[in-house]
Design a protein around this ligand. Structure first.
Ligand SMILES: C[S@@+](CC[C@H](N)C(=O)[O-])C[C@H]1O[C@@H](n2cnc3c(N)ncnc32)[C@H](O)[C@@H]1O
Length: 249
């Protein structure tokens, strides 16, 4: 499996799952500060979703290209952009073909946020994707990528499946109306079920990166100076819900 087809029901409540204002509060300027500190202007948002990060960056004056392979997500993002009166430059490529579609050194930064790379299950496909990202970055350009706390989920499987899931709800996916919990946990796949308070629900089947695995893949793909953040704070904190990495070409 190389990607999840998002169901209409999941996309319909994705914005409530995120809570756009709370996502911004949780990251506390991390995204824009990191982009500015690294002199980035041309950005590829490699997983547009419903547009939360692309629309924010457009409003902050960045030159953003937004990639979304899933037609249901893309449609919703275009609706959101129209409401917010911004224009999204939309592409719909598979990550693995990005370096065939864009020239080398096309971007100063690539962002892949909201726990996206986890949609890829095979190491070869994960590596191809990270290499394609690196190829379209200019020298010195950066990749900003994140992952869930899969180490915790794998270690505390029994407790979690018995209904005791630790989640602060303050970062990345912050909406109070949507509860998202693991309903299946194994070393090769984790199934997350998101349920809206109105009873509607959708599922995502994801590859759980083991501790240190994603950072090692990023390094193997040729990135350097990889900085790690835990819930947007510098360093490694096992109690975090999400881990972010900023990696340089
Ligand atoms: C969990 S969603 C995150 C969306 C958005 N970044 C957010 O934070 O809400 C995962 C995203 O990865 C995209 N995706 C998954 N596999 C992909 C692939 N092989 N190529 C391109 N995009 C892919 C999906 O279409 C979706 O946009």
């Amino acid at each position: 499996m190389d990607r999840t087809d998002y169901s209409q029901v999941l996309v319909d409540f994705w914005d409530e799952y995120i809570d756009w204002n709370k996502r911004r509060e949780g990251e506390n300027g991390f995204l824009v500060n990191t982009l500015k500190e690294n002199g980035c202007r041309k950005i590829l948002d490699a997983s547009l979703g419903t547009g939360c990060d692309s629309i924010y960056l457009l409003k902050q004056g960045f030159d953003v290209t937004s990639n979304e392979i899933d037609a249901v997500f893309a449609r919703k993002a275009l609706e959101n952009a129209a409401k917010e009166a911004v224009h999204i430059k939309l592409t719909g490529y598979d990550w693995r073909e990005l370096d065939e579609k864009f020239g080398r050194a096309s971007f100063d930064a690539i962002i892949l946020q909201g726990n996206s790379l986890t949609h890829l299950f095979k190491k070869q496909v994960q590596m191809r994707t990270l290499s394609a990202f690196r190829n379209v970055l200019r020298p010195g350009g950066i990749l900003i990528i994140d992952e869930r706390n899969y180490g915790y989920m794998l270690a505390e499987k029994e407790k979690i499946l018995n209904g005791n899931f630790r989640y602060s709800g303050k970062y990345v996916y912050c909406g109070k109306k949507v509860k998202c919990v693991p309903i299946e946990i194994g070393p090769e796949k984790i199934v997350l079920k998101a349920t809206h308070e109105n009873g509607k629900a959708g599922q995502m089947t994801l590859y759980p990166f083991k501790d240190g695995e994603l950072v090692s893949l990023i390094r193997q793909a040729g990135f350097e100076n990889i900085e790690q953040y835990s819930d947007f704070k510098n360093g490694h904190d096992v109690g975090a819900d999400f881990f972010q990495y900023v990696a340089k070409k």
